[in-house]
Design a protein around this ligand. Structure first.
Ligand code: AMP
Ligand code: MG
Length: 397
């Protein structure tokens, strides 16, 4: 039944073999670096924290001096105190450097102040409430690896060692266009037989979520000339071109002949549902991926194929989505002979519910869902089974 169909993993492997990582880098302000891909590993030139400091508001003491101590100084965050005199305590605040000679901080809740003395109601333990110098970052140590997509906390970490600018790969230029004489943009009247161009919104949003510089060429009519012309323009400006529609073998499917005329093309029939036809090729220096027009199919094939392709092109090392094992709270008694990506949603019991219609033209299923169950070809699912779940939160990174 799967004769002539290419398994998803094989298609992905061939596709990724053709992905050329961007090599040009640029420097951006660390404030603007979130979501970008780091081009070179970053090391710290500092110890963080630079000095031993207090983790609490309280008193810095020398344990050997006992529990009744004269308050000899006050040390605020941002200032450095004097060495601790024998028999005294230093009033100290969170983040303030520990004075020389002190070996513990006792939190203020465990202290009683009497005039200019402090009584410790608990015996301090050595090192208590002291954050040691370099306990977070060691001078010379690597803090961020090359090829990592920077999260807000990564930029915070870079800033904590004083790095104000970061080298990142330039953004991948992604060209998009949408084939079909039937397509109309929202806001325009819908003549009989026409449909709204929903793929433009879904695919452009995905491309932006993956940090691409999007070049959107809009709707392209079903004509060889128009398709060739937009392919040439997109190829001159972009690293990757992704299209929707026109990759079947119908009379109005001009993507295949247009890419063949302008470059090279492989047509694949993938053993997956939704999304059987997929086109892959090159036009000039640009890679080309043609997705099916069906809205659910283009969404799923974008996540399964275009996503890792773009991530590799962006210079990321780790392009595979992390699946999690989850409990199916549904039956799927008649699986397809192809690998299926089912739209599912978490329920309050921590299991997964299935969208009632898995028809690949029902875009509602994708909006309702929290992710996709990756179900092997021909494998039935029974309530309670563990399934391979790809949450959108994983697919969108
Ligand atoms: P195609 O792959 O061009 O044969 O299109 C398959 C189905 O998807 C047809 O029903 C099209 O009308 C529909 N379709 C194609 N492109 C889009 C689009 N951009 N937005 C929504 N539906 C589309
Ligand atoms: Mg079409």
């Amino acid at each position: 039944m799967n004769q002539g169909l290419l398994p998803v993993d094989e298609a992905l492997e061939r596709l990724l073999a053709g992905a050329q990582p961007v090599t040009e880098t640029e420097e951006v302000s660390t404030l603007e670096a979130s979501d970008r891909v780091l081009a070179r590993a970053q090391r710290s030139t500092l110890d963080v924290p630079p000095l031993d400091n207090s983790a609490m508001d309280g008193y810095a003491v020398r344990i050997a001096d006992g529990v009744k101590l004269k308050i000899s100084q006050k040390i605020m965050a941002g200032s450095v105190g004097k060495p601790l005199e024998r028999g005294t305590a230093a009033r100290i605040f969170t983040g303030a450097p520990i004075p020389t000679g002190a070996d513990a901080v006792i939190m203020q809740e465990h202290c009683q102040v009497e005039g200019d003395h402090v009584l410790l109601k608990k015996n301090p333990k050595p090192g208590e409430w002291i954050r040691l110098a370099a306990s977070d970052v060691k001078k010379g140590g690597e803090i961020l690896a090359a090829g990592k997509r920077l999260l807000p906390q990564d930029t915070g970490l870079a800033a904590s060692v004083g790095i104000g600018r970061l080298p990142v790969f330039r953004k991948v230029r992604l060209g998009l266009f949408f084939t079909g004489d039937e397509l109309v943009m929202p806001g325009e009247p819908l003549a009989p037989g026409r449909i709204y161009n929903s793929n433009r919104f879904t695919l452009r949003g995905l491309a932006a979520a993956f940090g691409c510089e999007v070049h959107d060429y809009g709707i392209v009519p079903d004509s060889l000339q128009a398709t060739r012309e937009v392919l040439r323009r997109a190829a001159a400006a972009c690293d990757v071109i992704v299209t929707s529609g026109g990759v079947s073998v119908g009379d109005a499917d001009f993507v295949k002949p247009a890419v063949e005329a302008e470059g090279r093309l492989l047509m694949w029939r993938i053993a997956m549902k939704p999304g059987r036809p997929l086109a892959f090729g090159t036009v000039q220096k640009a890679a080309f991926i043609g997705l099916p027009g069906n809205p659910v199919s283009s969404f799923v094939t974008f996540l399964i194929f275009v996503r890792p392709f773009l991530l590799k092109t962006q210079g990321l090392k780790d392009v595979n989505p992390r699946a999690i094992a989850a409990r199916a709270d549904f039956d799927w008694p008649e699986p397809d002979a192809r690998r299926e990506f089912l739209r599912v949603k978490w329920n309050a019991q921590g299991g997964l519910d299935l969208y009632p219609t898995q028809d690949s033209a029902v875009l509602t299923s994708t909006a309702w869902a929290d992710g996709l169950v990756d179900n092997p070809a021909g494998q039935a699912v029974k309530k309670g089974d563990s399934v391979r779940f790809l949450p959108y939160t994983e697919l969108y990174r």
